[in-house]
Write a protein that binds this ligand. Sequence first.
Ligand code: FAD
Length: 341
Amino acid sequence: MAAPKVAVIGAGVIGLSTALCIVETCPGCSVTVLADQFSPNTTSDVAAGILIPHTYPGTPIHVQKQWFKETFTYLFAISNSAEASEAGIHLISGWQVFKNTPKEELPFWSDVVLGFRLMSEAELQKFPQHRFGQAFTTLKCDCPPYLLWLQKRLKATGVQMYTRKVADLWELHSEYNIVVNCAGIGAHQLVGDEKLFPVRGQVLKVHAPWVKNFIRDGDGSTYIYPGVHKVTLGGTREQESWSLSPDPGTTKDIFDRCCSLEPSLHRAQDITVRVGLRPSRQSVRLQREVLSQGGDKLSVVHNYGHGAGGFSMHRGTAKEAARLVGDCIAALQDSSSRAKL
Ligand code: FAD
């Protein structure tokens, strides 16, 4: 069999990292990325990019922990290398604070992030409305630079990237042996997945270089995540809303909530507003499928539905998707050698 041709649909953090893992683990195959939008126009560009997992109710915790650990380890190594500033990856310390003590004082990821501990009474004095808190150091991606860094690495390994909207997976059948679906919320239409729904998120990006620590309200509604150039203030979680238009009332509400956590933000400048649709599901769809039409077959690997945690989990799920692509290649080679007998 000639070198297998793999098409990856999607150029968000999931598509690009999956394409990179395929190149790294399946030498000899030719990989092409197809997407109707590239950075800076993907949901991944809107994200704050902090590594704090959200739980997927339909995925076993040990699997989620493995994905998170692989992602953390990968980005930690980048943060310790000369690539860190170009890739936009940095360590960041801060606090997750709660108005009431949560049921789970130690989240499943507490031994993956660095230096996790409960906050002292003295530290909690910074947050008079909160009674309980966790302090830790994690990683943050500056999202557009990280996406561009992934694209640069892909180009360096010979991966082709084309702007193209795919209306139906079958349209790729004559050109590619394997199709990898990393279309994010686009998978709702592309493969008709009714279990996939948008959770709209609006964020503000502000200039406030004096804010050095992240602050997250434990219920996830309000957060302040400093990046290399801008601080991301959030947020909202609006299920089933497909609107990409910023809402001025929501902008004011987010700003007020963040100022009540960190009053110095009243002096923040250069406020820009972004909206993204989290591709949400009970569990990430990370699965191999063989489609049949007439006598034809098409090998597909799905990797989408990362909801609020795409950056936190991307490398772990990309590695698993690449392993599934390896399985598809083995199956294709097996059927091609049997056909020759
Ligand atoms: P996308 O980035 O949407 O990429 C999908 C790609 O598929 C795009 O290139 C698109 O053009 C392409 N595509 C879709 N359909 C087609 C088609 N038919 N044909 C061709 N191409 C197609 N996660 C974290 O871990 N940490 C955070 O701090 C964080 N903050 C967030 C804040 C906000 C406000 C939002 C909205 C999300 C946040 N997330 C965060 C979640 C994270 O952004 C997502 O989980 C992640 O971006 C999903 O990546 P993706 O590659 O699957 O989707």
